[in-house]
Design a binder for this molecule. Structure first.
Ligand SMILES: Nc1ncnc2c1ncn2[C@@H]1O[C@H](COP(=O)(O)OP(=O)(O)OP(=O)(O)O)[C@@H](O)[C@H]1O
Ligand SMILES: [Mg+2]
Length: 351
Protein backbone atom coordinates (compact mmCIF):
# COMPACT_ATOMS: atom_id res chain seq x y z
CA UNK A 1 0.00 0.00 0.00
CA UNK A 2 1.44 3.33 -0.83
CA UNK A 3 -1.04 5.97 -1.86
CA UNK A 4 -1.72 9.05 0.24
CA UNK A 5 -5.41 8.13 0.31
CA UNK A 6 -4.66 4.73 1.85
CA UNK A 7 -2.38 6.23 4.46
CA UNK A 8 -4.93 8.94 5.24
CA UNK A 9 -7.54 6.29 5.92
CA UNK A 10 -5.27 4.54 8.43
CA UNK A 11 -4.29 7.84 10.06
CA UNK A 12 -7.90 8.99 10.35
CA UNK A 13 -8.87 5.65 11.82
CA UNK A 14 -6.07 6.02 14.40
CA UNK A 15 -7.14 9.56 15.28
CA UNK A 16 -10.69 8.34 15.66
CA UNK A 17 -9.59 5.86 18.32
CA UNK A 18 -7.09 7.91 20.29
CA UNK A 19 -8.42 10.24 22.93
CA UNK A 20 -6.64 13.47 23.78
CA UNK A 21 -5.51 13.03 27.41
CA UNK A 22 -6.49 16.52 28.52
CA UNK A 23 -9.46 17.31 26.29
CA UNK A 24 -11.17 13.91 26.58
CA UNK A 25 -12.18 13.78 22.96
CA UNK A 26 -10.82 11.80 20.06
CA UNK A 27 -8.15 13.50 18.01
CA UNK A 28 -10.39 13.24 14.97
CA UNK A 29 -13.34 14.88 16.73
CA UNK A 30 -11.04 17.66 17.87
CA UNK A 31 -10.20 18.32 14.22
CA UNK A 32 -6.51 17.53 14.57
CA UNK A 33 -6.11 16.02 11.10
CA UNK A 34 -4.71 18.50 8.59
CA UNK A 35 -3.12 16.87 5.53
CA UNK A 36 -0.56 14.37 4.29
CA UNK A 37 2.25 15.30 1.91
CA UNK A 38 4.49 12.97 -0.03
CA UNK A 39 7.96 13.39 -1.45
CA UNK A 40 10.58 10.99 -2.71
CA UNK A 41 11.68 9.81 0.76
CA UNK A 42 8.73 10.17 3.04
CA UNK A 43 5.13 10.85 3.81
CA UNK A 44 4.59 13.78 6.18
CA UNK A 45 1.44 13.66 8.25
CA UNK A 46 0.50 17.18 9.35
CA UNK A 47 -1.58 17.40 12.47
CA UNK A 48 -2.98 20.41 14.23
CA UNK A 49 -2.39 20.53 17.95
CA UNK A 50 -4.62 22.44 20.36
CA UNK A 51 -1.62 23.31 22.53
CA UNK A 52 2.15 23.40 22.43
CA UNK A 53 2.64 20.71 25.06
CA UNK A 54 5.50 18.83 23.42
CA UNK A 55 5.37 15.94 25.89
CA UNK A 56 1.72 15.30 25.09
CA UNK A 57 2.46 15.51 21.38
CA UNK A 58 5.23 12.91 21.67
CA UNK A 59 2.90 10.59 23.53
CA UNK A 60 0.21 11.02 20.88
CA UNK A 61 2.75 10.44 18.14
CA UNK A 62 3.77 7.14 19.76
CA UNK A 63 0.13 6.08 19.93
CA UNK A 64 -0.47 7.00 16.29
CA UNK A 65 2.65 5.09 15.24
CA UNK A 66 1.18 2.03 16.94
CA UNK A 67 -1.67 2.16 14.42
CA UNK A 68 0.63 2.81 11.48
CA UNK A 69 2.00 -0.72 11.74
CA UNK A 70 -1.28 -1.64 10.03
CA UNK A 71 -0.24 0.42 7.02
CA UNK A 72 2.70 -0.42 4.81
CA UNK A 73 3.45 2.91 3.24
CA UNK A 74 6.74 1.77 1.72
CA UNK A 75 8.65 4.78 2.97
CA UNK A 76 9.25 6.76 6.12
CA UNK A 77 6.30 8.48 7.80
CA UNK A 78 7.00 11.77 9.56
CA UNK A 79 4.49 13.28 11.93
CA UNK A 80 4.45 17.06 12.36
CA UNK A 81 2.37 19.09 14.76
CA UNK A 82 1.38 22.70 14.19
CA UNK A 83 -0.21 24.54 17.09
CA UNK A 84 -3.72 25.72 16.29
CA UNK A 85 -5.29 27.36 19.32
CA UNK A 86 -8.71 27.41 17.70
CA UNK A 87 -9.00 23.68 18.36
CA UNK A 88 -8.95 24.30 22.06
CA UNK A 89 -12.42 24.15 23.56
CA UNK A 90 -13.47 27.59 24.70
CA UNK A 91 -14.43 26.54 28.17
CA UNK A 92 -11.46 26.07 30.40
CA UNK A 93 -11.19 23.93 33.49
CA UNK A 94 -12.97 20.70 34.22
CA UNK A 95 -16.15 21.06 32.25
CA UNK A 96 -18.09 18.29 30.59
CA UNK A 97 -18.58 19.25 26.97
CA UNK A 98 -22.16 20.11 26.18
CA UNK A 99 -23.28 20.13 29.82
CA UNK A 100 -24.37 23.58 30.97
CA UNK A 101 -24.84 23.03 34.70
CA UNK A 102 -23.50 20.36 37.03
CA UNK A 103 -25.27 20.34 40.36
CA UNK A 104 -24.55 18.01 43.26
CA UNK A 105 -27.15 16.98 45.80
CA UNK A 106 -25.71 16.21 49.19
CA UNK A 107 -26.56 15.64 52.81
CA UNK A 108 -24.50 15.03 55.90
CA UNK A 109 -26.53 12.05 56.94
CA UNK A 110 -27.99 9.04 55.18
CA UNK A 111 -31.65 8.37 54.73
CA UNK A 112 -32.87 11.98 54.58
CA UNK A 113 -34.33 11.36 51.12
CA UNK A 114 -31.50 12.71 49.01
CA UNK A 115 -31.97 10.19 46.21
CA UNK A 116 -35.73 10.66 46.18
CA UNK A 117 -35.21 14.41 46.01
CA UNK A 118 -32.63 14.05 43.20
CA UNK A 119 -34.96 11.86 41.15
CA UNK A 120 -37.86 14.25 41.58
CA UNK A 121 -35.88 17.37 40.80
CA UNK A 122 -34.65 15.63 37.64
CA UNK A 123 -38.27 14.85 36.83
CA UNK A 124 -39.41 18.44 37.49
CA UNK A 125 -36.65 19.84 35.27
CA UNK A 126 -37.65 17.36 32.57
CA UNK A 127 -41.28 18.46 32.81
CA UNK A 128 -40.09 22.01 32.19
CA UNK A 129 -38.69 20.79 28.89
CA UNK A 130 -35.02 20.84 29.90
CA UNK A 131 -32.46 18.21 28.95
CA UNK A 132 -31.53 16.40 32.13
CA UNK A 133 -28.97 13.84 33.25
CA UNK A 134 -28.76 12.12 36.61
CA UNK A 135 -25.58 10.57 37.92
CA UNK A 136 -25.94 8.30 40.91
CA UNK A 137 -22.56 8.63 42.59
CA UNK A 138 -23.61 6.78 45.72
CA UNK A 139 -21.29 3.78 45.63
CA UNK A 140 -22.46 2.50 49.00
CA UNK A 141 -26.17 2.47 48.31
CA UNK A 142 -26.97 3.31 44.71
CA UNK A 143 -30.72 3.67 44.41
CA UNK A 144 -31.46 5.96 41.48
CA UNK A 145 -31.80 3.03 39.05
CA UNK A 146 -34.48 1.46 41.19
CA UNK A 147 -36.39 4.73 41.37
CA UNK A 148 -36.58 4.67 37.56
CA UNK A 149 -37.45 1.00 37.27
CA UNK A 150 -34.00 -0.58 36.92
CA UNK A 151 -33.35 -2.41 40.17
CA UNK A 152 -29.93 -3.84 39.38
CA UNK A 153 -27.25 -4.54 36.86
CA UNK A 154 -27.78 -3.28 33.35
CA UNK A 155 -26.10 -4.19 30.09
CA UNK A 156 -25.10 -0.69 29.06
CA UNK A 157 -24.32 -0.13 25.41
CA UNK A 158 -21.08 1.34 24.23
CA UNK A 159 -20.52 3.51 21.20
CA UNK A 160 -17.97 1.08 19.78
CA UNK A 161 -15.14 3.26 21.07
CA UNK A 162 -14.51 3.97 24.74
CA UNK A 163 -17.72 5.65 25.69
CA UNK A 164 -20.86 4.47 27.43
CA UNK A 165 -24.38 5.32 26.35
CA UNK A 166 -26.38 6.19 29.48
CA UNK A 167 -29.64 4.47 30.31
CA UNK A 168 -32.62 6.64 29.49
CA UNK A 169 -35.89 6.64 31.44
CA UNK A 170 -38.70 9.11 30.76
CA UNK A 171 -36.26 11.17 28.71
CA UNK A 172 -33.79 11.48 31.61
CA UNK A 173 -30.28 10.14 31.06
CA UNK A 174 -29.15 8.05 34.00
CA UNK A 175 -25.92 6.41 35.13
CA UNK A 176 -25.51 4.53 38.39
CA UNK A 177 -22.87 2.44 40.07
CA UNK A 178 -25.64 -0.11 40.54
CA UNK A 179 -25.71 -0.76 36.77
CA UNK A 180 -22.20 -2.16 37.09
CA UNK A 181 -22.70 -4.39 40.11
CA UNK A 182 -24.32 -7.72 40.75
CA UNK A 183 -27.05 -7.25 43.38
CA UNK A 184 -25.07 -8.59 46.36
CA UNK A 185 -21.63 -7.52 45.20
CA UNK A 186 -19.72 -5.65 47.88
CA UNK A 187 -18.26 -2.33 46.93
CA UNK A 188 -14.57 -2.13 47.71
CA UNK A 189 -13.59 0.87 45.61
CA UNK A 190 -11.37 3.24 47.48
CA UNK A 191 -9.09 6.15 46.78
CA UNK A 192 -7.64 6.16 43.28
CA UNK A 193 -9.93 3.43 41.92
CA UNK A 194 -12.92 5.30 43.14
CA UNK A 195 -11.66 8.51 41.59
CA UNK A 196 -11.19 6.69 38.29
CA UNK A 197 -14.73 5.35 38.40
CA UNK A 198 -16.16 8.80 39.11
CA UNK A 199 -14.06 10.23 36.29
CA UNK A 200 -15.44 7.64 33.88
CA UNK A 201 -18.98 8.50 34.86
CA UNK A 202 -18.34 12.15 34.18
CA UNK A 203 -16.29 12.01 31.01
CA UNK A 204 -16.74 8.62 29.41
CA UNK A 205 -20.50 8.69 29.35
CA UNK A 206 -22.11 10.21 26.29
CA UNK A 207 -24.21 12.81 28.08
CA UNK A 208 -24.69 14.84 24.91
CA UNK A 209 -26.25 18.28 25.28
CA UNK A 210 -27.63 18.74 28.79
CA UNK A 211 -29.07 21.74 30.56
CA UNK A 212 -28.51 20.15 33.94
CA UNK A 213 -26.56 17.15 35.19
CA UNK A 214 -27.60 16.30 38.73
CA UNK A 215 -25.30 14.24 40.90
CA UNK A 216 -26.75 12.24 43.78
CA UNK A 217 -23.90 12.03 46.27
CA UNK A 218 -23.38 9.40 48.91
CA UNK A 219 -24.19 10.66 52.40
CA UNK A 220 -21.44 12.37 54.37
CA UNK A 221 -18.25 14.07 53.38
CA UNK A 222 -16.07 11.28 52.02
CA UNK A 223 -13.91 10.27 49.06
CA UNK A 224 -16.55 10.60 46.37
CA UNK A 225 -17.26 14.23 47.24
CA UNK A 226 -13.58 15.10 47.16
CA UNK A 227 -12.94 13.23 43.91
CA UNK A 228 -15.84 15.03 42.30
CA UNK A 229 -14.68 18.42 43.46
CA UNK A 230 -11.28 17.76 41.90
CA UNK A 231 -12.57 16.23 38.69
CA UNK A 232 -15.32 18.55 37.62
CA UNK A 233 -16.31 22.18 38.05
CA UNK A 234 -19.50 21.89 40.04
CA UNK A 235 -21.82 24.83 39.44
CA UNK A 236 -23.46 24.35 42.77
CA UNK A 237 -24.57 22.05 45.53
CA UNK A 238 -27.98 21.55 47.06
CA UNK A 239 -28.28 20.31 50.64
CA UNK A 240 -31.11 18.08 51.73
CA UNK A 241 -32.07 17.93 55.35
CA UNK A 242 -34.94 16.77 57.51
CA UNK A 243 -36.45 19.09 60.10
CA UNK A 244 -34.97 17.56 63.25
CA UNK A 245 -31.84 18.84 64.93
CA UNK A 246 -29.55 15.89 64.43
CA UNK A 247 -30.02 15.94 60.68
CA UNK A 248 -29.38 19.66 60.75
CA UNK A 249 -26.02 19.26 62.41
CA UNK A 250 -25.02 16.73 59.80
CA UNK A 251 -26.23 18.95 57.01
CA UNK A 252 -24.05 21.78 58.27
CA UNK A 253 -21.06 19.45 58.16
CA UNK A 254 -21.86 18.79 54.50
CA UNK A 255 -22.21 22.53 53.93
CA UNK A 256 -18.81 23.29 55.40
CA UNK A 257 -17.25 20.66 53.14
CA UNK A 258 -18.74 22.30 50.04
CA UNK A 259 -17.53 25.67 51.30
CA UNK A 260 -14.01 24.33 51.78
CA UNK A 261 -13.83 23.06 48.22
CA UNK A 262 -15.36 26.36 47.03
CA UNK A 263 -18.55 24.94 45.57
CA UNK A 264 -21.43 27.42 45.81
CA UNK A 265 -24.28 26.20 47.97
CA UNK A 266 -27.46 26.97 46.09
CA UNK A 267 -29.72 26.34 49.05
CA UNK A 268 -31.40 23.92 51.40
CA UNK A 269 -34.34 21.60 50.79
CA UNK A 270 -36.28 20.39 53.78
CA UNK A 271 -37.61 16.92 53.12
CA UNK A 272 -40.26 15.06 55.15
CA UNK A 273 -41.40 18.40 56.50
CA UNK A 274 -44.85 17.62 57.75
CA UNK A 275 -47.36 14.86 57.55
CA UNK A 276 -50.85 15.50 56.30
CA UNK A 277 -53.25 12.74 57.26
CA UNK A 278 -54.77 11.42 54.03
CA UNK A 279 -58.05 10.69 55.86
CA UNK A 280 -58.73 13.82 57.89
CA UNK A 281 -56.29 16.32 56.38
CA UNK A 282 -54.77 17.10 59.78
CA UNK A 283 -51.17 18.28 59.54
CA UNK A 284 -48.62 16.89 62.00
CA UNK A 285 -45.02 18.05 62.26
CA UNK A 286 -43.56 14.67 63.03
CA UNK A 287 -40.01 15.88 63.43
CA UNK A 288 -40.30 19.37 64.93
CA UNK A 289 -40.52 22.35 62.59
CA UNK A 290 -38.68 24.67 60.27
CA UNK A 291 -35.32 22.92 60.36
CA UNK A 292 -34.68 23.83 56.76
CA UNK A 293 -35.35 27.50 57.45
CA UNK A 294 -33.01 27.45 60.46
CA UNK A 295 -30.34 25.75 58.42
CA UNK A 296 -30.53 28.16 55.50
CA UNK A 297 -30.45 31.12 57.88
CA UNK A 298 -27.36 29.70 59.58
CA UNK A 299 -25.58 29.20 56.27
CA UNK A 300 -26.96 32.39 54.71
CA UNK A 301 -28.23 30.47 51.72
CA UNK A 302 -31.75 30.38 50.27
CA UNK A 303 -34.48 28.01 51.30
CA UNK A 304 -35.28 26.15 48.13
CA UNK A 305 -38.49 24.67 49.45
CA UNK A 306 -39.90 21.82 51.43
CA UNK A 307 -41.46 18.48 50.59
CA UNK A 308 -44.04 16.84 52.86
CA UNK A 309 -43.82 13.33 54.25
CA UNK A 310 -46.14 11.23 52.13
CA UNK A 311 -46.67 7.56 51.70
CA UNK A 312 -47.11 8.08 47.95
CA UNK A 313 -43.57 9.46 47.72
CA UNK A 314 -42.20 6.32 49.28
CA UNK A 315 -44.39 4.06 47.15
CA UNK A 316 -43.33 5.75 43.93
CA UNK A 317 -39.70 5.10 44.87
CA UNK A 318 -40.54 1.41 44.85
CA UNK A 319 -42.66 1.55 41.68
CA UNK A 320 -39.90 2.88 39.46
CA UNK A 321 -41.57 6.18 38.61
CA UNK A 322 -40.89 9.33 40.66
CA UNK A 323 -44.08 10.88 41.97
CA UNK A 324 -43.42 14.10 40.04
CA UNK A 325 -43.83 12.11 36.81
CA UNK A 326 -46.58 9.88 38.11
CA UNK A 327 -48.75 12.77 39.24
CA UNK A 328 -47.31 15.81 37.45
CA UNK A 329 -50.02 18.20 38.61
CA UNK A 330 -50.19 16.96 42.20
CA UNK A 331 -49.07 18.76 45.34
CA UNK A 332 -45.68 17.13 45.53
CA UNK A 333 -44.90 17.68 41.84
CA UNK A 334 -45.88 21.32 42.27
CA UNK A 335 -43.48 21.65 45.21
CA UNK A 336 -40.69 20.07 43.17
CA UNK A 337 -41.36 22.31 40.16
CA UNK A 338 -40.96 25.35 42.42
CA UNK A 339 -37.77 23.93 43.87
CA UNK A 340 -36.41 23.24 40.38
CA UNK A 341 -37.18 26.82 39.30
CA UNK A 342 -35.38 28.22 42.34
CA UNK A 343 -32.34 26.07 41.71
CA UNK A 344 -32.14 27.39 38.15
CA UNK A 345 -32.35 30.98 39.40
CA UNK A 346 -29.72 30.45 42.10
CA UNK A 347 -27.23 28.68 39.87
CA UNK A 348 -27.27 31.60 37.42
CA UNK A 349 -26.18 33.95 40.21
CA UNK A 350 -22.80 32.22 40.38
CA UNK A 351 -22.10 32.29 36.64
N1 LIG B 1 -40.95 13.05 51.48
C1 LIG B 1 -40.97 11.75 51.69
N2 LIG B 1 -42.07 11.13 52.16
C2 LIG B 1 -42.09 9.80 52.39
N3 LIG B 1 -41.05 9.00 52.20
C3 LIG B 1 -39.92 9.54 51.74
C4 LIG B 1 -39.81 10.94 51.45
N4 LIG B 1 -38.56 11.19 51.01
C5 LIG B 1 -37.91 10.00 51.01
N5 LIG B 1 -38.72 9.01 51.45
C6 LIG B 1 -38.39 7.60 51.65
O1 LIG B 1 -37.34 7.53 52.59
C7 LIG B 1 -36.43 6.51 52.28
C8 LIG B 1 -35.02 7.08 52.13
O2 LIG B 1 -35.00 7.94 50.99
P1 LIG B 1 -33.76 8.01 50.03
O3 LIG B 1 -33.28 6.67 49.66
O4 LIG B 1 -34.13 8.95 48.96
O5 LIG B 1 -32.72 8.71 51.04
P2 LIG B 1 -31.18 8.96 50.85
O6 LIG B 1 -30.86 10.18 51.65
O7 LIG B 1 -30.80 8.96 49.44
O8 LIG B 1 -30.62 7.69 51.56
P3 LIG B 1 -29.15 7.08 51.50
O9 LIG B 1 -28.40 7.85 52.51
O10 LIG B 1 -29.36 5.66 51.86
O11 LIG B 1 -28.65 7.30 50.11
C9 LIG B 1 -36.95 5.87 51.01
O12 LIG B 1 -37.71 4.75 51.34
C10 LIG B 1 -37.85 6.94 50.41
O13 LIG B 1 -38.88 6.40 49.61
MG1 LIG C 1 -29.46 7.73 48.37
Amino acid sequence: MSTIADLEKVVRDALDQIEHPALKETLLDLGMFDRIEEDAEAFTVHLKSPDSDRKAQIQLEAQIRGFLTKASPGKRVKIRFTVDESLKPEEQGNRIRGVKNVIAIGSGKGGVGKSTVSANIAAALKLKGLKVGLLDADIYGPSIGKMFGVPGKLALQGDGKNKIIPFEANGIKIISFAFMLAPEQAVVWRGPMLGKAVEQFLYEVIWGELDVLLIDLPPGTGDVQLSLAQLVDLDGAVIVTTPQNVALQDASRAASMFQQVKIPILGVIENMSEFQCPKCGHVTNIFSRNGGAAMSAKLSVPELGSVPLQKEIMDSGEDGLPITLKDPDGLVATAYKKIADKILVEVEKFK
